[in-house]
Design a protein around this ligand. Structure first.
Ligand SMILES: *[C@@H]1O[C@H](CO)[C@@H](O)[C@H](O)[C@H]1NC(C)=O
Ligand SMILES: *[C@@H]1O[C@H](CO)[C@@H](O)[C@H](O)[C@H]1NC(C)=O
Ligand SMILES: *[C@@H]1O[C@H](CO)[C@@H](O)[C@H](O)[C@H]1NC(C)=O
Ligand SMILES: *[C@@H]1O[C@H](CO)[C@@H](O)[C@H](O)[C@H]1NC(C)=O
Ligand SMILES: *[C@@H]1O[C@H](CO)[C@@H](O)[C@H](O)[C@H]1NC(C)=O
Ligand SMILES: *[C@@H]1O[C@H](CO)[C@@H](O)[C@H](O)[C@H]1NC(C)=O
Ligand SMILES: *[C@@H]1O[C@H](CO)[C@@H](O)[C@H](O)[C@H]1NC(C)=O
Ligand SMILES: *[C@@H]1O[C@H](CO)[C@@H](O)[C@H](O)[C@H]1NC(C)=O
Length: 324
């Protein structure tokens, strides 16, 4: 009896502490690809994967595995078998094109040989990489592109905006989460992929801004902070979603960090260095910061995808009418 009771108490306590660490389950928030453009595909010359899949679901699963942020998919079927925009079959022009095609490898003609293209980054709002192709539809985790101009896509990771105007942590956090231009929060940092790629990106940013005589970014706030009124222990840093660092395995503390106690006893906030390390700082310190743009909200009871159709410049209209 006693061991059983102890076991119950133990599992209860584990449940409580896990609950309050607020670890992500992945189930509540499945990433979802949204239909953005019909009868077009995005340039796929730097695709993460080119495959023939038997369904959109299979293509989306592949994209999740490969950390793709967007995809092209050709559903097939009688109305979508041929590319209505293709001029191949018309006269001399067609012959010439046929000869060019025969010299290209299958990977140089993704539209002809693969129905699922997993892409590193979504298109921005100029859609400059689109090709008219009535066999394909274009999907993105982000839905319609944001209007923010100066964001960057870090391939396989996400979309980010650097703010160079120094700001205290609380205000930085608010600037990210209350933007009128995008849905976002201070950048999540707790993976090697994210830390090293965002750090590389700061290096690149500094290299570019040197030529523009802008300020360099040596420390930038990211979404990780300790707050004595909400954290369970001095090492219980929380990201912008309130998830504990203890949910994640990766750490990149700089030498002598994290600093806890002293003037950081009530609160300390984390900044990323271009060297790919994390430092704890007084949250009142004003620093540049990095916002992460969130993926478009997923709808529950999803069939395969939801639509965030874009009909802006260079979209295809007549194609939509032809579809079943
Ligand atoms: C993919 O499927 C299409 C249509 O069934 C076929 O024409 C194409 O050759 C296939 N691609 C590869 C690489 O096998
Ligand atoms: C959109 O993307 C294209 C190609 O990737 C790039 O050349 C262009 O500068 C981008 N435009 C904006 C406004 O970000
Ligand atoms: C990006 O744009 C926002 C305003 O939309 C601005 O506050 C921010 O400083 C810009 N970032 C850079 C690096 O130019
Ligand atoms: C918050 O940051 C914004 C943009 O950096 C700035 O305009 C504003 O004055 C700041 N507010 C406070 C209270 O620091
Ligand atoms: C969020 O932004 C809106 C305007 O864009 C502003 O009216 C509102 O006060 C802001 N909310 C907070 C909590 O700052
Ligand atoms: C700590 O959390 C409390 C309560 O949620 C909040 O009022 C306070 O602003 C936070 N402090 C910092 C530095 O984030
Ligand atoms: C921490 O908070 C307590 C209670 O609000 C306050 O008395 C103390 O001075 C604070 N410590 C520091 C280092 O700010
Ligand atoms: C696609 O076709 C539409 C007309 O149907 C045209 O306006 C648009 O410029 C074309 N886009 C591209 C990328 O060729």
């Amino acid at each position: 009896m006693a061991p059983a009771v102890l076991f119950l108490v133990f599992t209860y306590l584990m449940g409580v502490s896990r609950g309050s660490l607020n670890c992500p389950t992945g189930k509540l928030n499945p990433l979802q690809f949204h239909l953005v453009r019909q009868c077009q595909r995005a340039a796929a010359d730097e695709a993460l994967a080119l495959e023939n899949t038997s369904s959109l679901k299979e293509c989306a699963d592949l994209a999740h595995d490969m950390r793709g942020l967007a995809l092209n998919y050709a559903p097939g079927g009688p109305k979508r078998r041929l590319n209505a925009f293709d001029q191949r079959s018309f006269g001399k022009q067609g012959d010439k094109e046929q000869r060019i095609r025969s010299r290209l490898s299958v990977f140089e003609q993704p539209g002809e040989f693969f129905n699922c293209h997993v892409l590193k980054c979504p298109q921005n709002n100029t859609f400059s990489g689109m090709v008219n192709d009535s066999r394909f539809d274009y999907y993105s985790l982000y839905g319609r592109p944001t209007v923010v101009r100066n964001y960057s896509c870090i391939p396989e990771v996400g979309l980010f905006v650097v703010y160079t105007q120094p700001s205290a942590y609380l205000n930085a956090s608010l600037t990210c989460s209350n933007s009128s231009e995008f849905t976002g929060s201070l950048a999540h940092i707790a993976s090697e992929h994210r830390t090293s790629l965002l750090a590389q990106w700061l290096v690149e940013f500094n290299r570019k801004s040197q030529s523009l005589a802008e300020g360099n970014v040596y420390l930038a706030y990211v979404g990780l902070a300790y707050n004595s009124s909400t954290s369970l222990s001095p090492l219980d840093f929380r990201n912008s979603q309130g998830e504990s660092l203890q949910c994640f395995l990766y750490r990149a503390w700089d030498g002598g960090h994290p600093r806890v106690g002293g003037d950081l006893g009530n609160a300390s906030c984390v900044a990323l260095t271009p060297q790919g390390t994390w430092q704890t700082l007084n949250c009142d310190r004003e620093l540049p910061f990095i916002c992460e743009i969130h993926t478009a909200r997923s709808t529950f009871g999803w069939e395969q995808s939801s639509s965030e159709l874009d009909i802006g410049p260079n979209a295809v209209f007549e194609c939509g009418r032809d579809r079943v």
